[in-house]
Design a binder for this molecule. Structure first.
Ligand code: WTA
Length: 651
């Protein structure tokens, strides 16, 4: 960890207290922290009672560091909790989703309708042979069937592994193989930036690899032409003819709910494994407490794709358990105009908006005329997730989107934590622009130094979690040793999140980004190693080093340094750079396309051969290069810096 990036944070003294009326009506009051501190486990038991259990648990937690089981012996069904319960209790006519396709097509789906759609899909999965414990890959655009597919898997006790629709065939294949998925649920394609993109073709490409996939279930979304093989089944042909009744079975609290892959520090993505009872408990509690959801009156919109953890916890499970009415939007925020999101807020009278700093910064760049062109007065709460939100963007969000009238909850959490861990409570916390403030009730977080000692207020260090929590990952799929090494070995008895953080003089937590070599691009974690492997897999590249450089729009941008193989001329640089960027997009997905690729003659390495990314990062961020005395060849950095003046390429 480079000391400077954690020390030079200026003190922010603006605070924003919630209005009296917000405080009076808030779902949580300030005494909730004391309640949780007094008896943490009793607190979580109380939250678990938000769910409907078929059998109550015998034990709250079984904690054998680093392996946790929560609500041991309890039985429940995730899909029942999201759907049946609302219908049984008379909420069937409430809208679950206002869906808006990018081309403007809409669907209004009530809880009753969603239950019937999920039952049909469940019956179709049964016909296709899906059983409890199976792994199902879901590779979909952001359409209702994505949520329906997830809930149908959960209803059967099968685990979904959602693969973001922007990932390439290769990325999909490795995830199918790692989880040994037996079924892929996909669509012909989806709509993005006014055009139909294809998904089925990527599935076909992926399945040329060796897998145990028996069927591919395909939703017809765009009507584009697709190749058809013996494993392929149209969703409408098998799902539509099923009964819309399905009696759910109740599964153990620790039954697997899903695997979601996230980038690690080595090339192989980590299959983050989550189970049912604890995950749902914390997803439901945090959604209730942090977003202050009033299910009868609020319209809630989380802009995340179901391909990310935010889409799992705060589009599917948390909000549906809480009976929320949501907006789901398929497309990009600039189609057909840069005002699309704001028009939808006005159209559906959205009251709670949860989005990412990268989008907020993009809106700032586009200009205030877009938000000002719509009536945003329905908004009453704003949320942020995925990366640190800089104070400037926070203030803009507050003033231009929230009209100084909405508390902002900056929520820190991870795929691994399953649900929000650090956040203001909107009716309790006086917020500071750019700070996630403090650990939620029932959660233990601390900032520690290299030795694992608490740094105290006014100092920076590593963010750790000190207590097991209900929605914590149960492991990395099939890799218990890697799980332990990655998260539980840096400090004794503490979960190391991989983020740097600072406590200000009042003890508020400020997140400072990743300390390892995982980049955070537009809120998406991408490992430097994965991009390096992709570059090196191109015939022209001998060696590559990738760093995440500060980027005003996307948080971090990917900057790659490559050494070409002998005989390949750097003079052809420009076409080659384009080829390399496209190659990375093909190997990993467009999201991992380097912002910039620099052709260099050498890379800075230590004597043991480790690339010193810190120095490359200095270059990429246009800083004076730091201490390079441990380099095997101290001249290398000079050569790289000089070479840059000619070799820059950007688009
Ligand atoms: C970063 C997304 C600062 C952090 C839910 C974390 C944040 C990683 C915040 C997890 C925030 C997420 N402030 N940084 N409010 N939220 N991060 O797994 O580096 O996609 O470790 O989960 O995003 O990313 P993931």
């Amino acid at each position: 960890m480079s000391g400077e990036s954690f020390e030079n944070l200026s003190y922010e003294d603006r605070t924003f207290t919630p209005s009296q009326s917000f405080i009076d009506n808030a779902n949580t009051k300030s005494d909730i922290y004391d309640e949780a501190n007094k008896d943490r486990l009793a607190f979580w038991e109380k939250q678990a009672n938000r769910l409907s259990w078929n059998k109550k648990w015998d034990q709250v937690v079984d904690w054998q560091l680093p392996f946790a089981k929560w609500f041991v012996g309890g039985k429940l069904n995730a899909s029942f909790n999201c759907l049946d319960r609302h219908v049984i209790e008379g909420r069937g006519e409430r809208v679950a989703f206002h869906f808006e396709g990018e081309p403007g097509d809409t669907q209004t789906i009530t809880y009753k309708q969603l239950l019937s759609d999920v039952c049909k899909a469940t019956n179709a999965l049964i016909e296709l042979g899906v059983k409890q414990g199976d792994r199902i890959a879901i590779y979909m655009p952001m359409i209702p069937q994505a949520a329906i597919a997830m809930l149908a898997c959960a209803r059967l006790g099968a685990m979904h592994s959602v693969v973001f629709g922007g990932f390439s065939a290769d990325a999909l294949l490795s995830r199918i193989q790692d989880a040994d998925a037996s079924l892929v649920i996909t669509a012909d394609g989806g709509y993005r930036k006014s055009a139909a993109f294809a998904l089925k073709g990527a599935v076909d490409e992926a399945l040329k690899g060796s897998t145990n996939v028996k069927n591919v279930l395909v939703v017809k979304r765009t009507g584009q032409e697709v190749a058809w093989g013996s494993k392929d089944v149209w969703w409408h042909e098998i799902v539509d003819r099923q009964s819309d009744k399905h009696e759910p079975e109740f599964f153990d609290s620790e039954n697997g709910l899903f695997i979601l892959y996230t980038s690690g520090t080595t090339a192989k993505p980590k299959g983050i494994y989550h189970t049912t009872g604890g995950y749902l408990t914390q997803a439901a509690f945090t959604h209730h407490a942090v977003f202050d959801l009033k299910p009868e009156t609020d319209v809630y919109w989380c802009t995340a794709d179901v391909g990310w953890i935010t889409g799992h916890s705060y589009v599917v499970y948390g909000p549906l358990i809480n009976g929320a009415t949501q907006v789901m939007y398929e497309g990009t925020p600039d189609t057909p105009t840069k005002g699309r999101v704001f028009q939808l807020i006005e159209k559906y009278k959205v009251s709670i908006l949860y989005t990412a700093p990268t989008l907020i910064r993009t809106w700032m760049k586009w200009g205030d005329e877009y938000p000002n062109g719509s009536n945003l007065s329905s908004l009453r709460l704003l949320g942020s997730v995925g990366e640190p939100i800089n104070p400037e963007a926070w203030m803009w969000y507050r003033e231009v989107i929230g009209k100084n009238n909405c508390p902002i909850v900056d929520t820190w959490w991870q795929t691994e934590t399953g649900a929000i861990m650090i956040s203001p409570l909107p009716g309790v916390t006086a917020t500071k622009p750019g700070s996630a403030m403090k650990a939620l009730p029932g959660i233990g977080a601390e900032v520690v130094d290299d030795e694992g000692n608490a740094v105290g207020n006014g100092r920076g260090g590593y963010l750790v979690l000190t207590q097991p929590w209900p929605s914590m990952m149960r492991g990395i799929w099939k890799e218990p040793v890697r799980y332990k090494d990655t998260y539980w070995s840096r400090f004794n008895n503490l979960y190391f999140a991989g983020d740097g953080a600072k406590l200000d003089k009042d003890g508020a937590i400020w997140l400072l980004g990743r300390v390892d070599d995982v980049m955070n691009v537009s809120g998406h974690r991408i490992s430097t190693t994965e991009v390096e492997s992709a570059l090196v897999s191109h015939e022209a590249v001998a060696e590559a080093a990738v760093v995440g450089a500060k980027d005003e729009m996307t948080g971090q941008g990917i900057v790659a340094f490559v050494i070409l193989r002998g005989g390949i001329e750097a003079a052809k640089g420009d076409t080659l750079v384009k080829q390399l960027r496209d190659h990375v997009a093909k190997e990993i997905g467009a999201i991992a396309k380097p912002r910039q690729i620099m052709v260099v003659a050498e890379l800075p390495k230590t004597r043991s051969g480790k690339i010193m990314r810190r120095l490359l990062k200095d270059v990429a961020e246009n800083r004076a290069v730091g201490d390079s005395t441990t380099l095997a060849d101290p001249n290398v950095m000079k050569l790289i810096s000089e070479g840059l003046q000619s070799g820059k390429s950007e688009d």
